[in-house]
Ligand binder design. Structure first.
Ligand code: UT7
Length: 330
């Protein structure tokens, strides 16, 4: 039976692998770049990299454990787990969500699935969680964005390897006394799939410096086209979201935008007329962590978001996909 109760985010958590790599690393491995170029063009100074024995599901479990610790819902109350990732533990199956269920030691019946919407994955997953709970198909969901993107980049390609990092963020979603989700706006444009995709690549190099197998699938990006398209879809999506909710941008307290480029965030702030100080920013420390980016930034900012604050989450990424969510913080 559909519920009339408010549905919102109950608690959040995040996890970053221990290893932290600064911009001068790229010079030390022989790339024709500089720490200054990377920071000035992207805003990134450091990113975290998973160790060889850390799978995406391990980062996801770290984030989930923190989300359970931070809130009143325990893991055995969860009805479903959704993991948004472009870097699942296994190509094909089982899903990373099933591995998270196993690693959390959950033996009760839990629905587990992964979704693929690149950097929009977490917000797509949140909207799915909302729909499931709203329609009565579960009371509490664990929604995770988790990535090991360092394994999807060619560390000899200076156009991409400088941008990405590993990490995870998680949210427990369920019924709340008041507030919660107000509106959703999301979409995709498959005609732009070619500007950011994974293609068979020869002579690609791993983080360790060892070669990848020939023809391995690696991230390829037309940086400038992604930059322009990203700003356009985020501004369009936010404009529609606010208009449909009949909310003025002055009422927004916090914006958690996908952390792809500091200059993209600044441009969105300017075009939306929302002060940059209201944007949560951690790209300088963690780089672009794709589906983990929004929940990681949200969890890091949790201490400064007050109950009742109006929050926007907005993502964009390969597909091309975009997704924005308006909610009152609980
Ligand atoms: O999750 C969503 C995904 N990604 C994004 O949102 C990324 C969006 N795009 C961007 O963030 C930016 O386009 C980049 C940071 C990737 C690149 O910045 P840009 O200002 O757009 O640089 P560009 O691609 O126009 O390249 C300018 C120059 C080129 O040299 P030439 O052709 O002018 O001689 C590049 O070859 O900079 C060169 N370049 C570099 N130089 C030093 C490209 N990468 C590097 C590098 N270090 N790492």
């Amino acid at each position: 039976m559909p519920t009339n109760k408010c549905i919102g985010v109950i608690s959040v958590g995040h996890f970053l692998p221990h290893m932290c790599v600064a911009n001068d690393h790229f010079v030390s491995i022989g790339l024709d770049t500089s720490p200054e170029w990377i920071e000035s063009r992207s805003g990134i100074r450091t990113r975290h990299i998973a160790s060889d024995n850390q799978a995406t599901s391990d980062l996801a479990v770290g984030a989930a454990e923190m989300a359970f610790k931070n809130g009143p819902i325990s893991s055995n109350q969860i009805d479903f787990i959704i993991v948004a990732t472009a870097t699942p533990d296994h190509i094909g199956f089982p899903s990373t969500a099933c591995l998270v269920q196993q690693k959390l030691g959950l033996t009760h019946s839990v629905e587990c699935l992964d979704i693929s919407a690149a950097c929009s994955g977490f917000t797509y997953a949140l909207s799915l969680a909302y729909s499931k709970i709203h329609s009565g198909m579960g009371q509490y969901g664990l929604v995770i964005g988790a990535e090991t993107l360092s394994r999807l980049v060619d560390w000899s390609d200076r156009r991409t390897c400088i941008l990405f990092g590993d990490g995870a963020g998680a949210a427990i979603v369920g019924t709340v006394d008041s507030g919660g989700f107000i509106g959703f706006n999301q979409g995709a444009d498959g005609n732009c799939s070619h500007i950011l995709n994974c293609l068979p690549t020869e002579n690609a190099v791993q983080f360790s410096g060892k070669p990848y197998p020939p023809g391995v699938s690696m991230i390829h990006m037309d940086g400038q086209s992604v930059f322009k398209k990203g700003i356009q879809v985020v501004v369009d999506s936010l404009t529609q979201l606010l208009s449909e909710a009949n909310i003025n941008s002055n009422s927004i307290d916090h914006v958690v935008c996908h952390q792809a480029n500091q200059r993209i965030i600044s441009s969105v702030a300017k075009q939306m007329g929302i002060p940059l100080e209201k944007f949560v920013i951690n790209i300088d420390r963690v780089g672009n962590t794709s589906a983990a980016s929004i929940p990681l930034a949200l969890s890091e900012a949790n201490a400064r978001i007050n109950p009742g604050d109006t929050v926007i989450l907005v993502g964009f990424g390969s597909g091309f996909t975009w997704s924005s969510i308006l909610l009152k913080w609980n």
